[in-house]
Design a protein around this ligand. Structure first.
Ligand SMILES: Cc1cc2nc3c(=O)[nH]c(=O)nc-3n(C[C@H](O)[C@H](O)[C@H](O)COP(=O)(O)OP(=O)(O)OC[C@H]3O[C@@H](n4cnc5c(N)ncnc54)[C@H](O)[C@@H]3O)c2cc1C
Length: 428
């Protein structure tokens, strides 16, 4: 029988930092991870013909985020500011552009005056229903879908207001040239240094529990017991019903907590990474390019500037990607090629001939994520009250979705919540 003080489900950012903090405090911890790798939605990938490592999951550090930067410094991992120019492709033309939304002044004024939280869709229908605002409605909806992976009918307008009017556009974004995997690797090394254990290929299927005692059973029927359990699986996995691959059955069930999870927002992302024989966008005047926005099926693209390589990343987030869910990776890649061909006003064969390697990652199809990251809905605050309360001082929830604040949905959020839970357990 494997016995620990605390069992942690999931070796993503939240699970790893929880384990490290508990191991440092002298607790016996074991992390059970379904995948054959650590990192979860931090997934730095090398191979498949790419000459550089690529990020299939988290990529940026969205501002001076204290815990992430502190850990990077401690681990002596290099990170650098994202730089470059942004471009907008429209009607076969590409122009350098900063953020632009039709009727922005009116939109900003109305948004700043709203008294009661509502969904973005409600707000647009109440204030901008006229035909002349069709472009604004489309841009606002796409922006929430693209950046926050949010459904406009569910996303909290107040959360978007904080983000859009909060003066964040001046904040520096960073990227880790060697990838987030280095940070995950650092946490792993530290955990092992302090005596913690991580088990890969350990997919949890069942949790039997009573106050002060949990038994966790994996798909290969191994059993682990502990006094406490920390659950860090994504919201997408937490709400799965019993037949799905990563679904966890709780005995007794956690009805209230699982219902709360359904009331929070959890988005969708398809990321397409493409490496080319050369940076053909530079030949078309897009020197020093960072982001390129368009209205194509795969609408948002970026380079790894200031790193100089020949990789473009395509991004389709939120509800608009519903229509791609029935496509396989090869079909999605074809859509990406067509999108780029339209943007650069060239034949698809031009893009194909220059393509060296490609990787499509559909996070909704990933059985251990089942989506991208969380966004705030009108019910998030009440759901968080439930999920942040340990169940019988025995079962704790951590992970990006549990974060209260603007960095919801980030690696920082995951790290912060993991640390909070570890401290709560140490102090219990
Ligand atoms: C495409 C994409 C791009 C992103 N970009 C950014 C970005 O630029 N910057 C940023 O800060 N954030 C970004 N994020 C969000 C960030 O990746 C997440 O917020 C963060 O990594 C979540 O960490 P976590 O520990 O909460 O969850 P996870 O990383 O999902 O960890 C949960 C772990 O639980 C495991 N698991 C699931 N089911 C089971 C089971 N039954 N048994 C055992 N283990 C199980 C999973 O395999 C996983 O390893 C992005 C996310 C995606 C998907």
């Amino acid at each position: 029988m494997n016995s620990s003080d605390t069992i942690i489900i999931g070796a993503g950012a939240a699970g790893l930092i929880t384990a490290l903090e508990l191991a440092k405090a002298g607790k016996k911890v074991i992390v059970l991870e379904a995948r054959n790798r650590i990192g979860g939605r931090c997934f730095t990938f090398s191979g498949d013909g790419f000459t550089t490592s690529i990020e299939l999951g988290a990529e940026f550090i969205h501002g001076e985020l204290p815990l992430t930067l502190k850990l990077l410094k401690e681990a002596q991992i290099v990170y650098e500011p994202v730089s470059g120019n942004n471009f907008q492709a429209k009607n076969g033309e590409i122009k350098q552009s900063e953020f632009f939304m039709e009727h922005w002044d009116e939109f900003e004024k109305a948004l700043s005056e709203v008294q009661e939280d509502q969904s973005l869709e409600q707000f647009l229908q109440q204030n901008f229903a006229e035909e002349k605002y069709a472009g604004l409605r489309k841009s606002a909806t796409q922006f929430a879908a693209g950046y926050d992976t949010a459904d406009s009918e569910r996303v909290s307008l107040f959360s978007l207001r904080n983000e859009w009017l909060g003066g964040h556009e001046e904040e520096t974004q960073f990227r880790i040239p060697g990838g987030y995997i280095q940070l995950m690797g650092f946490l792993l090394e530290e955990i092992e240094k302090f005596g913690g254990e991580i088990k890969l290929n350990a997919m949890v299927k069942q949790v039997n529990w009573k106050p002060g005692l949990v038994e966790v059973v994996t798909a290969d029927n191994a059993s682990f017991t502990g006094k406490k359990l920390v659950l860090t699986v994504s919201l997408g996995v937490l709400v799965l019903d019993g037949n799905e691959t990563a679904a966890i059955t709780f005995n007794p069930d956690l009805f209230e907590q699982r219902k709360a999870a359904t009331e929070m927002g959890f988005g969708a992302i398809i990321k397409v990474l493409m490496e080319f024989t050369g940076p053909f966008w530079k030949d078309r005047g897009l020197n020093n390019m960072q982001f390129l926005f368009s209205e194509e099926k795969i609408p948002t693209w970026w380079t790894q500037n200031p790193q100089q390589n020949n990789v473009l990343t395509g991004w389709l987030g939120g509800k608009p990607q519903d229509e791609m869910q029935h496509l396989n990776d090869e079909e999605i890649l074809q859509e990406a090629i067509i999108s780029l061909a339209h943007i650069f006003n060239v034949d698809a064969s031009f893009i194909t001939q220059k393509l060296v390697s490609a990787k499509v990652y559909n996070w909704t199809a990933d059985p251990f994520a089942r989506g991208s990251y969380s966004y705030a809905t009108l019910k998030t605050a009440s759901a968080l009250k439930i999920l942040k309360k340990p169940v019988a001082q025995t079962i704790y929830f951590a992970g990006e979705a549990l974060f209260e604040g603007e960095q919801l949905g980030t690696v920082e959020a995951a790290l912060v919540t993991g640390l909070e839970v570890a401290k709560a357990i140490i102090g219990a």
